[in-house]
Ligand binder design. Structure first.
Ligand SMILES: [Zn+2]
Length: 170
C-alpha cells in the first residue's frame, strides 16, 4: 500500500511536501513489518504528518534531527495552532518520531554531533546550579534563561539527577 493513501488528503499533502517525504514509505513499511495495529500505524503517520507540516515552516536539516524533534515536542506542541485535525499528544509523538529517527538513520543520514561551545557549557552548568542548589523547577529555570540557544534544546530539560533536599535545606 502507498503510504499517502493511508492518510487524509490534508495529512498526505503535508507529508508529501516536506523533507520527511522521501522517508514516508519506509516509515510506513517499518511499522507494518513490526506488526503494529492499523490504528497505531495511522496514529503514528498522523504524528509524522504534523511534524512534517512543522518542518515546512522551519530550516530543518535532517542531520540535526534530534534537535528538531526536541524543539517540535517541547516548543511547538504546547503552542500549536495547526488546526484541530493534528496529533498533539506527546507520548504518541515521541514514539512516532522515535521510529522516524530510526528510518532516517537506516537510510544513511548521519546525525550531527556538534560539540558544545564554552558558552553552552557555562549555560548548562548554571542551569544545573539553579536546579540542584536552588531547587528551581524546569519551567522557572526556562523563564530565567531566555537566551537558551536553540541548539541546546535537545538538552532541555537537562538530564541531571534530582536535587539533594538535605543539601538545599542546609
Ligand atoms: Zn502544530
Amino acid at each position: 500500500m502507498n503510504v499517502f493513501d493511508a492518510l487524509t488528503p490534508l495529512a498526505a499533502r503535508r507529508l508529501r511536501t516536506s523533507v520527511v517525504s522521501p522517508f514516508a514509505q519506509a516509515y510506513w513499511d517499518r511499522l507494518n513489518d513490526q506488526g503494529y495495529a492499523r490504528s497505531t500505524v495511522r496514529l503514528y503517520l498522523n504524528c509524522l504528518a504534523h511534524f512534517a507540516h512543522w518542518t515546512s515552516r522551519q530550516q530543518v536539516n535532517l542531520s540535526a534531527l534530534d534537535r528538531h524533534i526536541q524543539r517540535f515536542v517541547d516548543w511547538h506542541l504546547p503552542r500549536c495552532r495547526c488546526g484541530p485535525s493534528v496529533q498533539r499528544r506527546r507520548p504518541s509523538m515521541r514514539a512516532a518520531l522515535g521510529h522516524f529517527k530510526i528510518v532516517v538513520t537506516d537510510a544513511g543520514v548521519l546525525r550531527d554531533t556538534e560539540p558544545l561551545s564554552q558558552v553552552d557549557e557555562q549555560l548548562l552548568r548554571f542551569d544545573r546550579y539553579l536546579f540542584q542548589m536552588k531547587g528551581l523547577a524546569a519551567s522557572t529555570r526556562r523563564r530565567r534563561l531566555p537566551c537558551w540557544p536553540p541548539k541546546l534544546l535537545h538538552l532541555w530539560p537537562p538530564q541531571i539527577p534530582p536535587p539533594d533536599r538535605g543539601l538545599i535545606a542546609a
